[in-house]
Design a protein around this ligand. Structure first.
Ligand code: FES
Ligand code: FES
Length: 204
């Protein structure tokens, strides 16, 4: 079994044996990958074929990120990787050495919800909630890059995130409401310059 080291703040048990459950995929050859997740450095020994989605959910126990289709179609697994919203089901963890990853758990700060999280609640943009983590991360990536997008830019940014419940209007309104506010240009846990060791994503 592969080993995992990490930090307490992430809920990762130090030197634990990895949970090699059915969702952890890949070949027997493991790759040591060191990355920053929600501001905390973690090191994982991941099989070469393991998806970032599985590393996040099953090794790091950050289960806010969801798996819907598993093939890059639904956006439920969206995380921010080196400043870009990506489908984590299409990214190999082995590609991510040196990368910075932000998941939905990284949005709140000091127990305070992110402005986007508050806006989703206030605008009724959450129904079953399955799409919500991915929507939030796509919205955050947009606002980090473009703090005041127009409606069309918002629609484009969430075009890869499917929602079966809301009809999207409340989601767009929620993001618009934050876009009308002063948005912090520097956000916690996000590195704009990709620097050394950034990993490549299979999707945009
Ligand atoms: S789980 Fe659907 S795009 Fe990743
Ligand atoms: S709130 Fe149910 S899928 Fe979007």
């Amino acid at each position: 079994m592969a080993g995992v080291t990490g930090t307490d703040a992430l809920g990762v048990r130090h030197e634990q044996e990895a949970q090699c459950g059915s969702g952890l995929r890949g070949a027997a050859v493991t790759v040591e990958v060191r990355m920053k997740v929600n501001g905390h450095t973690v090191t994982v020994d991941a099989p070469g074929g393991e998806r970032l989605l599985d590393t996040i959910r099953e090794r790091l126990r950050l289960t806010g990120t969801k798996e819907g289709c598993g093939v890059g179609e639904c956006g439920a697994c969206t995380v921010i990787l080196n400043g870009q919203a990506v489908n984590s089901c299409l990214v190999l963890t082995a590609q991510c050495d040196g990368a910075e990853v932000v998941t939905v758990e990284g949005l709140a700060e000091d127990g305070e919800m992110h402005a986007l999280q508050r806006a989703f609640i206030e605008h009724g943009a959450v129904q079953c909630g399955f799409c919500t983590p991915g929507m939030l991360m796509s919205a955050k990536a947009l606002l980090d890059a473009n703090p005041h997008p127009d409606r069309e830019e918002i629609r484009q940014a969430i075009a890869g995130n499917l929602c079966r419940c809301t009809g999207y209007e409340q989601i767009v309104q929620a993001i618009e409401s934050v876009a009308r506010q002063a948005y912090p240009s520097e956000d916690r846990g996000l590195r704009k310059d990709h620097g050394e060791g950034g990993c490549e994503a299979d999707d945009g």
